[in-house]
Design a protein around this ligand. Structure first.
Ligand code: FAD
Length: 184
């Protein structure tokens, strides 16, 4: 996310905007991750940034709701794509650990049924065994899915996401074509 913003902003500033607009004021509407990170990059490039949020707290879908001593996550449950957060903070010479501490949960979560529950373990072998115990053959399917997901994530993050987004042809490359050919 971090470098994507940076690319977009660089291109926006260099190609579309009159240079005299640099250092001017920018208003950002919305204090979710997108608005907050955009505000950080614009401030880094010297803009005077004002951010407006309609809710009483920042965070957007990722904010928390507290009541009667309980805290509820309003959206995300999984800390996906940790590399994106690391890149974002590194762009400001900071580290994730300067701001928050991550704690691995094992089991990661619990699924409740009417009269039953399933704990989802962190360990991949245990997860495969769990899948197999529910449906014979599911462990192999999970393995194939994870391999394919790994490939897509790596190609997506290394070759696509941080493209500047100026042409659709940025998304046609050998890795994408290879995966597409494998899938048909
Ligand atoms: C149920 C759910 C589960 C999810 N699970 C995960 C997960 O496990 N892992 C993960 O990585 N992601 C997850 N996501 C996705 C992740 O939460 C979002 O992609 C991310 O939070 C979006 O950030 P954003 O800044 O783009 O948008 P938002 O978070 O929607 O922020 C937009 C902000 O703009 C404000 N706003 C809108 N209009 C105005 C206005 N006119 N004036 C002022 N303010 C305004 C809104 O109040 C809000 O704060 C989940 C999302 C949901 C809803």
């Amino acid at each position: 996310m971090a470098n994507l913003f940076e690319h977009i902003l660089f291109n926006f500033l260099n190609k579309s905007l009159n240079k005299s607009l640099l250092k001017s004021k920018v208003v950002i509407i919305g204090g979710g991750f997108s608005g907050l990170s955009t505000a950080c990059y614009l401030a880094k490039y010297g803009f005077e940034v004002a951010l407006y949020e309609k809710n009483q707290s920042l965070g957007g879908r990722a904010r928390q709701f507290k009541i009667d001593g309980y805290t509820f996550d309003m959206g995300p449950s999984w800390y996906w794509m940790p590399d994106v957060f690391e890149r974002f903070f590194a762009d400001f010479d900071q580290k994730v650990s300067d701001f928050y501490e991550l704690q691995l949960l094992d089991p990661g979560f619990r699924i409740f049924y009417d009269n039953d529950l399933i704990d989802i373990p962190f360990d991949q072998q245990k997860l495969s065994a769990l899948f197999e115990s529910i449906e014979p053959g599911a462990a192999a399917s999970l393995g194939r899915f994870l391999l394919s997901a790994k490939y897509k994530y790596e190609v997506g993050m290394k070759e696509l996401v941080y493209q500047p987004g100026l042409s659709v042809f940025e998304f046609f490359n050998a890795s994408v074509i290879k995966e597409y050919s494998n899938s048909i």
